[in-house]
Ligand binder design. Sequence first.
Ligand code: NIG
Ligand code: FE
Length: 414
Amino acid sequence: MTEADGLLLVNARLATMAAADGGYGIVEDGALALQGGRIAWVGRRADAPAAARALPVHDCGGLWITPGLVDCHTHVVHAGNRSDEWEARLNGASYEDIARAGGGIMATVRATRAASEDALLRQSALRIAALLAEGVTTLEIKSGYGLDLENEAKMLRAARRAGELLPVRVATTFLGAHALAPEYAGRADDYIDEVCARMLPALAREGLVDAVDAFCERIGFTHAQTARVFAAARGLGLPVKLHAEQLSDQGGAALVAEYGGLSADHLEWLSDAGIAAMARAGTVAVLLPGAYYFLRETRMPPIDALRAAGVPLAVATDCNPGTSPMTSLLLALNMACTLWRLTPLEALRGCTVNAARALGRADIGTLAPGQRADLAMWDIARPADLAYAIGANPCRAVVNGGVLRAPRVGLPPA
Ligand code: NIG
Ligand code: FE
């Protein structure tokens, strides 16, 4: 019998994140029955049904168990880094200056195009392993540094392979409309034609696209161009999300909400109209404090208004070489609380139940019967500790699809 066939975890404290009141869903002296890669039963050990008690027992030694963490916005697959630009910014240049001078996203496009799929996977696996060591069991990975069919496909294939070689669920997002491909300089509408008519259909046919994203911004694409990308996604039955209102208000959040979007991400310049549209559509607000911190932004996303409108809040790393070279989701939680006054409960919901929703997945992000058996075990005193500590990694074990492992994962052979 393997673990995937069944296991009863006992002597644990649970934060199920599944409580009807939106709280932690704490269960003291809890137990979890895992069977066939799913959670079969959750509750107090004393209440375990006979079928659960018949399973092989694993004693968790009093650790806390949460759903496996979900990092719902990353650009973790990319080549090279941009510490040179970071240094330039510290010497006075702005992110937008650098982008306009052909650096920024384009610098990573050049490095990513030059890398083989294997090299891309190797470089990215190091970053992914760091995320997994902190209890991440599901990871969204965007393309967007290839900007032509061949290189966007290479990025998405590398992302899919990461999900096969490492113990993590990968959700892929096509971000062809991230920046204007250099071959299309001065012809942004023609590039959007290429994205909609050729790249997206071909990548979707290959099964490489779980969702479609765009960068709606002065240095990205216009509202109208973004709408064309969304229409193409809708035509293929693919869900959409958006880099919206990061550096200016382009009405992107309302646009993605209009398309029933899964999430609008960044949102520092989000308007009241954008908030209302997101609330109506049930679009998740994905907050990315790493980019705000690293760009030394001062305008905060309108957290109070989002909260008041009942928009679900998620938190992610935005792991990318230009604006958030961060491979710690726990650090993102701390930043969301410290910089933006999220509560530790909101932060934890933001990387579990609400992050799952931002990926359109109802089968992860909570501890409840029928859910995928993706869990993280922590040496903490209470759930708030996950957002409280800076640089500590209290993760002691992880379960992926019912299989128990140590937090540190072996890397695929170089
Ligand atoms: O999420 N905003 C656009 N995309 C990324 C930055 C990408 C880059 O600078 O390489 C972001 O911040
Ligand atoms: Fe991003």
